[in-house]
Design a protein around this ligand. Structure first.
Ligand code: B1M
Length: 232
């Protein structure tokens, strides 16, 4: 029997249980995360406290190790999946208690491009960090982005492209938004393996995001600035 098998989650005090949840998220153990979330709810933890201290903090650690090349895509997908399970329980409860949301993002892969693993990862990490995300999938013409931004009342547009032949379409989207007079209503973040910072600047995006962890940090930074401007 492994050491893991000996751990009875319900017998752990709160601080050790939360620490164990960070480890279980890291290991992508979905059932354990579900059980632990329910235990904390039974112990009268606020859903928002569970989200931030147990799940988001756990995913923050996963995000750092992913960025640093210690964890790889399959492990991060497992962690994100475990996180999603926990989020599913908390989501309706959070809506009831009105926990603060960090902001809303529409994300999708551009027209002509069907790669979606990266943007799904960004979606999960953003949701894990407390953003609401509308993922519009793959192969999106500009109209899809514009419609979704309005429908979702988004703060941020995220675009993904994995092909050198499809990445220029991001400029088409941004230029169309300029023509429609809505460019400055949104923070525009772009990502995908063939892009770089220079390309992001050249097409008029607000930032290029190297990976999902950077996307979360960049989105938080921009939303922080927006809130400061509004309260000034
Ligand atoms: Co494609 N493919 N593929 N492929 N594929 C690449 C991209 C390629 C580099 C492979 C190669 O030749 N070495 C190459 C592109 C070459 C180029 O353009 N210079 C290529 C090609 C050529 C093609 C086809 C044309 C092949 C063919 O049919 N002849 C075809 C294109 C189809 C199309 O889109 N129209 C094609 C098809 C496919 C599959 C369907 C088989 C599959 C996609 C499955 C899917 O996505 N559901 C596939 C895959 C898996 C890949 C590789 C192997 C892996 C891509 C991936 O998922 N990476 C890829 C080679 C490679 O990149 N090593 C390749 C993992 C993912 C987590 O990383 O997407 O970069 P990534 O996302 C990161 C960051 O970039 C960033 O965060 C993510 C997480 O950290 N990020 C964002 C991404 N989007 C963001 C958005 C943001 C922020 C950050 O907004 C805020």
């Amino acid at each position: 029997m492994s050491e893991e098998d000996d751990i009875v989650l319900s017998e752990l005090p709160d601080d050790e249980l939360v620490q164990q949840m960070h480890d279980d998220l890291y290991d992508g153990l979905a059932d354990e995360i579900l059980e632990a979330v329910n235990i904390l709810l039974e112990r009268k933890w606020e859903p928002y406290k569970i989200l931030t201290e147990a799940l988001v903090e756990g995913m923050r650690i996963v995000g750092i190790d992913f960025r640093d090349g210690i964890l790889f895509v399959p492990e991060v997908l497992l962690a994100a999946n475990a996180m999603k399970g926990g989020m599913k329980i908390l989501k309706p409860l959070l809506a009831e208690t009105g926990a603060p949301r960090l902001g809303k993002m529409v994300i999708g892969t551009v027209k002509g491009d069907i790669h979606d693993i990266g943007q799904n990862l960004v979606t999960m990490m953003m949701e894990g960090a407390g953003f609401e995300v509308m993922n519009i999938g793959i192969n999106n013409p500009v109209e899809n982005y514009v419609d979704a931004l309005k429908e979702f009342d988004a703060d941020i547009l995220g675009m993904s492209a994995l092909l050198t032949t499809t990445m220029p379409y991001m400029k088409v989207v941004i230029d169309t938004m300029k023509d429609l007079g809505i460019r400055d209503d949104y923070v525009i973040l772009v990502g995908g393996a063939p892009l770089n910072e220079e390309f992001g600047k050249a097409i008029g995006a607000d930032a290029y995001c190297r990976d999902a962890a950077v996307a979360v940090e960049t989105a938080k930074e921009f939303m922080g600035r927006k809130h400061n401007q509004l309260s000034a």
